[in-house]
Design a binder for this molecule. Structure first.
Ligand code: 13P
Ligand code: SF4
Length: 297
């Protein structure tokens, strides 16, 4: 059935001249069918630069919104309409406006994991792979960073001369990764390197040998000569890790870390939305224009 459905999707995709993008946290069957699989930064660049006018974005809401902001003339479809990001939902416009009043001189940096309304109020948007390079070019002393307090505190360690104000948002999926589970995994596999996403909290990050975006983790594990790794991020990443490194072993602390929203995209809703052109991402134009400035910066 799965194979039949995949074939039907691929046929329909060709007929409609569409492109399928999938985040590395998507299920194996979605990653398998996608034209491009990658981290948030990579996917938003592909969405902007691809020649196709119809993009099926297998990810969560803020990713579909970012693709639409960067390419307003393209049709963006998010197969799972209810796939949000709990961390992005932790920052709302009203609270941000209050913060801006409190810190009028702060340079406002938002993680791409935020709504487009929030982006429209910020100066620049970063991803986990672009954040350090972007912050190097910011002259302001005071930085308001939102919504992820974990990515924020990780970045702040590289800029001790700046004063960071952190929003208290976090990713509930990464927050579940615990020091205890990592130590238990290390007891079983004492020599292995620990690789983590910066959305993990500081206690977890302090135990790690490498910290980076999902693509960064895959590159590190692929280039490193070690054969075993403890991986502190969402388990969807294992599909690409294993594909690139069939002879290496990867362990998730506690056995399983899954983001409910990333798993809402299925072959069924992908087929249905592509067939019936449902779930198109529609944004308010003027808000979107302001959010574009933030993303382009
Ligand atoms: P990256 O793929 O950019 O590392 O982001 C991870 C993430 O949490 C996406 O929701
Ligand atoms: Fe949001 Fe975390 Fe899920 Fe990424 S993994 S979509 S940050 S809840």
């Amino acid at each position: 059935m799965g194979k039949n459905l995949s074939e039907k999707i691929l046929k329909l995709k060709k007929e409609k001249n569409a492109i399928i993008l999938a985040h590395l946290y998507q299920t194996p069957e979605i990653q398998e069918i996608a034209d491009y699989v990658g981290d948030s930064y990579y996917l938003s660049k592909i969405a902007r630069d691809c020649k196709e006018d119809l993009i099926i974005f297998c990810g969560v809401k803020f990713m579909g919104e970012s693709a639409k902001i960067l390419s307003p003339q393209k049709t963006i479809i998010l197969p799972a309409t209810n796939a949000g990001c709990p961390m992005a939902d932790m920052a709302c416009v009203e609270d941000l406006e209050e913060m801006i009043k409190l810190y009028p001189d702060a340079f406002k940096v938002c993680y791409i994991n935020s709504s487009y309304e929030v982006k429209a109020l910020c100066d620049v948007s970063v991803t986990s792979s672009s954040a350090l390079d972007i912050l190097k070019n910011v002259e302001n002393k005071q930085i308001l960073f939102l919504p992820d307090r974990n990515l924020g505190s990780y970045i702040a360690e590289f800029f001790p001369e700046k004063e960071f104000i952190f929003w208290q948002g976090f990713c509930p999926t990464h927050e579940r990764i615990s020091v205890e589970d990592i130590l238990t995994a290390k007891e079983k596999h004492p020599q292995v390197k620990v690789l983590a996403h910066p959305e993990c909290n500081k206690e977890v990050r302090d135990l790690c040998d490498y910290i980076g975006s999902t693509s960064g983790i895959i590159d590190f594990a692929t280039k490193c000569e070690d054969e075993e790794f403890i991986i502190c991020t969402e388990e969807g990443i294992l599909y690409e890790l294993k594909k690139k490194n069939p002879d290496k072993n990867f362990y998730i602390p506690g056995g399983s870390i899954s983001c409910v929203d990333m798993k809402k995209t299925t072959l069924n809703n992908l087929y249905d939305t592509l067939l019936n052109m449902k779930n198109e991402v529609i944004l308010d134009e003027s808000v979107s224009k302001n959010a574009l400035k933030c993303l382009e910066n």
